[in-house]
Structures are given as C-alpha cells and as structure tokens.
Design a protein around this ligand. Structure first.
Ligand code: NAP
Length: 290
C-alpha cells in the first residue's frame, strides 16, 4: 500500500470520484471543497477534510486540483489561503481541470517560485471513468515530475500521455473538447431537423449513430437525449467554457475556430434556456424547443 500523501482540491463530479478512488487505493488523503457539504462524506471514509486549500496542501507530496475553470483554479492555488502557500518545497502540483494554456503557464511559474513543479494533466473520460480509475491523462510538464507522479496518476487513469512541456496537455484537451462540442451541437441540430421534416426519430437516429457520424460522443449523447436523462456527467456550462477557451487559444495562433464558434452559440442558447447545469447532451433538448 502506498504511503504517498495526496491532496485533492475540488470534489465535484470528477474530483469527487478521483478522491474516492485514491482513498480506496490506500493513499493518505486530504481534501478541500468550497462547498463543505461535498467534503463531509470523505471524512467518514478516512480523508482529512481541510478548511482551506492551503491546509489541504500542507504535508502533501502531490496536490491535485480538479475545479471548474481558470477563475476557480486561480482562487484555489493563489487566493487567500491558497494551496500554493501550503505546498512544501518539492511537492508536485497536478492541475487536472480543463483550463487555458496561458493560466497553466502562469501557475507553473508561480510554482517554480515556491520550489514546486507543475504538471498540467487534464483528463478525457467522464464521471464513471473518474470513479473507476479509467481516465486518460493528457500531460504537460517535465519527465521528472511525471515520473514522480506516475504512482498516483496510474491509480486514477488507464492511460497517461506525455505530450510535451507545460501547457501541452491543456492545449490538446481544448482541441479534444472543441471537437466534442461541435459534434454535440451538430447532433442537436440534426435531431431538430429530423423533427422539422417529420421523420421518425426512432428509425432515423440509429442511421446517424451507427453510421459515419456516429462517434462515441455522438452515440452517448444521443442515447442520453433519447432516454431524456440529463443528469450531469459533464455539465453543459463546462462544455461552453471549453469551447470559449479553445476559440481564444486558436485566435492566439491566428486561427478562426469557426466550427467552435457556431457550436458555442448553440451552447449559449441552451444556457439561456436554463440547461447550463444539466448534462451537455441537454443541448439536444434545447434545440428541440426551437
Ligand atoms: P463540477 O462537478 O461542476 O465541479 C466543479 C468543482 O469546482 C467543484 O468542486 C466546485 O466547488 C469547484 N469550484 C467551482 N468554482 C469554484 C471557485 N470559484 N472556487 C473554488 N472552487 C470552485 O465539475 P466537474 O465535472 O467535476 O469538472 C471539473 C473539471 O474537470 C472542469 O475543468 C471540467 O471542464 C473538467 N472535466 C470534466 C469532465 C466531466 O465529464 N465532468 C470530463 C473531463 C474534464 P463547489 O462544489 O463549491 O461548487
């Protein structure tokens, strides 16, 4: 059983599953979540529940953050009582949230000032993958930091892909999610078109999901929408966040991510209709309503 001390900051859909997995694998764990109610079950499972990111990080050799966006990440690392202030020299910082490359680079530089290396290690996979140790990590950072973190990441994921220096994992994650968002938005419009043309959805949908457009994401989103089950595995507003980040990143490369922009407009419309906290597949429901 490993004795590596780990902190997990952010116990939402993904961070909560990851923390539970680390606990059941025998890692001494400290946890922090802004909303204290989400942290309480981890105390009874044997984790130390901290009252701040700083407290969670102190004494940990690996500090994992899994929060919503750049604002949340900045707050938990650098805010008042942030994790970096509690991090011991030599601790490895592992930022698993889907964030902008520019923020990741800024955070890595702040880590260096503290004597800590950062890995950006965003993930593919969703709620069940987080709970079952089946994530794929897209990693940016040094070979040495990744070698040190491997025993922790291996418990959480079945695949660890080292893409290059700091920011590389985050960049590929944004590319990955912009494609996911575009596919989901196109499925939403396809379903709306099926309905507008009076086609039978039950007959028509499998033609798409089992045919050339039927990616894994399209298949899963179509199944959720067909079952009218929009309990969030991946909240819709986070997909919109990722599309926005990808568009901004591409513009820094002088690229216009026009497909992502179109998809983002559809996701923003879904948020305006009140679907932001539902699963991203609710974008399909939002288009059903015209
Ligand atoms: P979630 O369930 O909504 O959890 C978000 C977490 O961020 C919660 O712990 C929340 O704390 C915290 N948070 C939000 N704003 C904060 C702030 N200003 N200060 C401190 N904490 C804050 O989201 P999730 O699905 O776990 O996603 C977490 C990250 O993983 C996101 O970057 C997402 O894009 C990425 N991701 C998600 C999936 C997925 O399928 N769900 C897959 C891959 C990657 P509270 O509980 O206090 O609100």
């Amino acid at each position: 059983m490993s004795k590596l001390r780990v902190a997990v900051i952010g116990l939402g859909i993904m961070g909560g599953g990851m923390a539970a997995r680390l606990l059941s694998s025998g890692f001494p764990l400290s946890v922090y979540n802004r909303n204290k109610d989400k942290a309480a079950p981890f105390a009874s499972a044997g984790a130390t529940v901290a009252s701040s990111p700083r407290e969670a990080a102190s004494g940990a050799e690996f500090i994992i953050s899994m929060v919503a966006d750049d604002v949340a990440s900045r707050g938990v690392w650098l805010g008042e009582n942030g994790a970096l202030a509690g991090a011991a020299r030599g601790a490895v910082l592992i930022e698993c949230s889907t964030l902008t490359v520019s923020w990741i680079k800024e955070l890595a530089a702040a880590g260096v000032q503290r004597g800590c290396e950062l890995l950006d290690a965003p993930v593919t996979g969703t709620k069940p993958h987080a709970a079952n140790g089946e994530l794929s990590f897209l990693v940016g950072g040094s070979d040495a930091a990744l070698a040190a973190a491997r025993p922790v990441l291996s418990v959480l994921g079945r695949e660890i892909i080292h893409l290059g220096p700091t920011g590389s994992g985050s960049l590929l994650k944004l590319i990955n999610n912009f494609m996911c968002g575009v596919q989901a938005a196109s499925l939403a419009q396809a379903e709306a078109m099926i309905a507008a043309g009076g086609l039978d959805l039950e007959k028509s949908l499998p033609v798409l999901t089992h045919g050339a457009p039927g990616s894994g994401l399209v298949q899963r989103a179509a199944a959720r929408a067909f079952a009218n089950d929009f309990t969030p595995n991946f909240p819709l507003h986070l997909m919109a966040k990722d599309l926005g980040y990808a568009i901004d990143q591409a513009s820094q490369f002088g690229q216009k991510l026009t497909t992502a922009s179109s998809a983002l407009a559809i996701f923003k419309d879904a948020i305006a209709k009140g679907y932001g906290d539902q699963d991203f597949s609710a974008v399909i429901k939002s288009q059903r309503q015209g």
